[in-house]
Design a protein around this ligand. Sequence first.
Ligand SMILES: O=P(O)(O)O[C@@H]1[C@@H](OP(=O)(O)O)[C@H](OP(=O)(O)O)[C@H](O)[C@H](OP(=O)(O)O)[C@H]1OP(=O)(O)O
Ligand SMILES: Nc1ncnc2c1ncn2[C@@H]1O[C@H](COP(=O)(O)OP(=O)(O)OP(=O)(O)O)[C@@H](O)[C@H]1O
Length: 502
Amino acid sequence: MELDKMDENDWKYHGEGNKSLVVSHVQHARVLRLLKYSTEDAENSPKTTDQAFRHIQNIVDYSQNVMKPLLGEKFVHNGEAVKLPLDFVRQLSLKVQQERPESRCDKVMDTLSGCALCLPNLTQLSSCCCCREHRPPLCIEIKPKCGFLPASRHITKDIKRKVCRFCMHQHFKLANGKWKRLSRYCPLDLFSGNKQRMSLAIKNLIEEPQNNFNIFKGGECIYSCNDDADVLQDLDELAQHLRPYFLPSGSLLNRQQSSKVVLHELIQVIVSALLSSWDCPRSGQLRKTHLSEGRVTCEASLLHRDLLRNGNHCLPKDCVLDKILGTQMLDNLDIEGLSPLLKRVEQHLQMFPKERCRLQMDGPYNASFLEKVQNCPAEDDGSLEYAVGKVHQYRVAMTAKDCSIMVAIATCGEDDGLDQSLEIQTTKPRFTCSVSILDLDPKPYESISHQSRLDSKIVNHYLRRTQPNNQELDNLEELANQSLFLGRDRDGEDCTLVFHPV
Ligand SMILES: O=P(O)(O)O[C@@H]1[C@@H](OP(=O)(O)O)[C@H](OP(=O)(O)O)[C@H](O)[C@H](OP(=O)(O)O)[C@H]1OP(=O)(O)O
Ligand SMILES: Nc1ncnc2c1ncn2[C@@H]1O[C@H](COP(=O)(O)OP(=O)(O)OP(=O)(O)O)[C@@H](O)[C@H]1O
């Protein structure tokens, strides 16, 4: 990429989240990730080009020196901080504006600094993984969120040990109008390692993607949450896109039958990719990570109790889910156990503000930061160092609870070489696949206190809605929502997919 010859016509809108907007190159498998900021919060945006560059370089360092060692070399692509011509960035901003979803337009793209993060386009397979097949690659993006129930002795509300954060948060989001329907997805099912539970989790993501699920074909997003949340997802249209990948061209199945088969096959491929151990492909069954029984089942999940009790609940060691879960579980005190330690750090920093630098509260994210994360003492010895170590661990866990997984797949013929990619073995066509993790930004130290407030709000709201003894249900709408939730619970076995052993 020649930075002095940048042309906005070579780039197109690709997607965005809360903090960044992504454009992709029309020919090369590259993306640029530009920062966004809220106009009301302009004073918190980086003021000079150097500050913005430093901010992006911090993201690169954090990905490379902290998240990559924790999550695995194969999954993390840290990218490169770049300085772009300002005129190019301004033109680009104008060009993409009309493509942006309304729900994300509360923030504007940074057009002042000219700084961005350049990354490989993870919706496309790297050339070494590509087959001779000309069909465009498919890519499935999943934002899995937190995959375990906390076991910390500091927890004050027992419900947190029974219902997972995502499922409780759904009710809070519904009440606040962020979404209009509850998602049936439960992260504990996805992270269970049990293929039946995982399949149901993915089926639920497909049915209600919210901001947790997207599908790309040839780098174009073909399936995601509608901005108009009233409109249900068109699964039939999705199945038509997928049909050539999963059904032989002469298939005699009618449209409805083929939709079922195609979605079932897609889910199988995703499950296989998520469970593959990349260090020893095809031997994903060798070493396994077990979670203690009580931490793997969420009472809000709709699965049949027998399956939850008797199924296999472990992840192959080193598969992408195992890596993410292990990093999420660095948060072993829960926000309630962390809060007094956060206070210890805050008090120290109030007295000695210059210590912020030595303690690496805002980086630099180097080997010494990772050392603080990995070698934090197991027990509180009352020291500042212990408190700082736990705060750093919590922030790293937050990143892992908010990252996304990209599973890029392509069909391949009998004699295609597989090089560094992974062969997914299913009953029908052969696929090569690459799995990556994205959105690995450091979470600011300041965001921890927000987490603490949010945690109380989510839990209190959930208790008010779902527990009959909490009589604070204030209107009929709330009651309706509650019965919707209870109805879900009773529907435990309602699954339109036919599950075959995989
Ligand atoms: O706090 P959560 O669990 O709601 O996560 C936030 C996400 O909301 P979600 O629940 O996934 O819809 C939120 O996602 P959306 O903007 O809702 O798509 C962001 O990812 C946010 O991260 P950041 O503050 O922008 O770095 C996320 O915030 P933090 O990870 O910083 O807490
Ligand atoms: N390297 C990449 N290759 C392909 N697509 C990408 C890449 N990085 C990001 N994207 C796409 O852009 C979207 C937004 O990126 P990202 O999740 O990093 O933004 P964010 O603002 O940090 O998100 P969040 O809301 O979680 O804070 C992603 O959901 C993904 O679809």
